[in-house]
Design a protein around this ligand. Sequence first.
Ligand code: ATP
Length: 514
Amino acid sequence: MAKQEDIFKNVISHAKEYGFIFPSSEIYDGLSAVYDYAQNGAELKKNIREYWWKAMVQMHENIVGIDAAILMHPTTWKASGHVDAFNDPLIDNKDSKKRFRADVLIEDYCEKLQQKAQKEIEKARERFGDAFDEAQFVATNGRVVDYLSKKKTILERMAKSLDSGDLEDVKALIEELEIADPDTGSKNWTEVRQFNLMFGTKLGAAAENAMDLYLRPETAQGIFVNFLNVQKTGRMKIPFGIAQTGKAFRNEIVARQFIFRMREFEQMEMQFFVKPGEEMKWYEYWKETRLKWHQSLGLGAENYRFHDHEKLAHYANAAADIEFNFPFGFKELEGIHSRTDFDLKAHEQYSGKKLQYFDTEENKNYVPYVVETSVGLDRMFLAVFSKSLQEETLEDGSTRTVLRLPSVLAPTKAAVLPLVKKDGLPELAREIVEELKWDFNVSYDEKDAVGRRYRRQDALGTPFCITVDHQTLEDQTVTLRHRDTMVQDRVKIADLRGIINAEVSMRNWLLRTK
Ligand code: ATP
């Protein structure tokens, strides 16, 4: 089995074993691509959401946050284009009976071409050392040029066929490239069909006058329909942003990647309203700003890359993904889209209401352009969790499992451990918990030998362990153990709050985005 697969399996089992993520309704054998966040997962997820909210809303004078309802008037989805165009092309393998997204099969094929080119580049880098000129090599090396131009041709052809609805050509492409079911190797494919991803539901009790609704497939539309309400009541001046976090629902065709692709998930989105013509400047600004936010978490700059879209959604004039190096390779973590005035104009048309901004400098009304940043909270969770989970070999040859979560996101910031369950140590430890819990999420643990308790906290990602021993009774000092280095310091109880705060405060982490 490939090493990456092992890592991913490990991530999933660790998430379950340590109370981060459970399959939904597991006693009934679960529900495909639906998951529940457990006691530690809920904390981690909340901390990620807050880290985003702080950076995007509270640190920007011109961005405000809202919390729109999941259920919206059904015409919303007609106007947004989701009723007609929120489709994925699906294809079934006749032998394995497995369903795939046709575009993803082709994109995965292209990713392999990219990897082959990358291998050539790395080989050359080793060969030429400091003298290596990557740009020149990519432009002139026969093999690299072939791989990359083949990739480009394939993606352009796919984009064209999907745009024009030529699904036969998408199937033809899969056949020409001899793409096989990755699990079984079978190339026995059905036709490609379009599938709408929205979940329908009904409003009202009596069947005859119930209204057909959709569960929102993105949070963005809740922002667009409230654009004027927020602008007027908040007296917002362009450029300004409206942000929100919340659940979205998509009846995904393929759902085999844990919380990477769920049917019920959470988005953190911000729509930035700008003067028409200035959208590209803001698009570049938000690409860079969002990348810095991701990198502030210290998971390694090499694990992020931009992917500029060849195929643009029906509403966009430019779009890029921030991709992350997940255990199954680089995949989309966040989308940054220049959505033009598509959404607001469409809502004007369908509602008959004006959704315009009066620009006092220009003395005229216009429909603003929009740049969107949209990141999946669950995908962020998976990115952070999977990169943080590490197996370490220690000096004595033993191994330890440590979840090196960025401490600002860690579910529990400190665990307080009495060395033994007697002599007044538990009482003193509880006093420390009582004192610290006003500022931090802290836990108390007295079960098992202290070494095992340390390991348990390492596996939960707790940055600090505070051990209370007999010396504490005499001089009010404790042992402070650091998760990452396992270094132990003797510190005063009175200093704990300041030490923990310096390590976990959002302020210190967000300063890195500057
Ligand atoms: P993909 O191409 O992976 O289906 P998308 O391009 O449709 O994603 P967007 O519509 O741009 O995704 O949504 C914005 C963000 O929402 C994505 O970057 C991703 O982080 C998150 N997201 C989208 N679909 C899902 C899902 N089914 N499960 C979890 N997160 C999702």
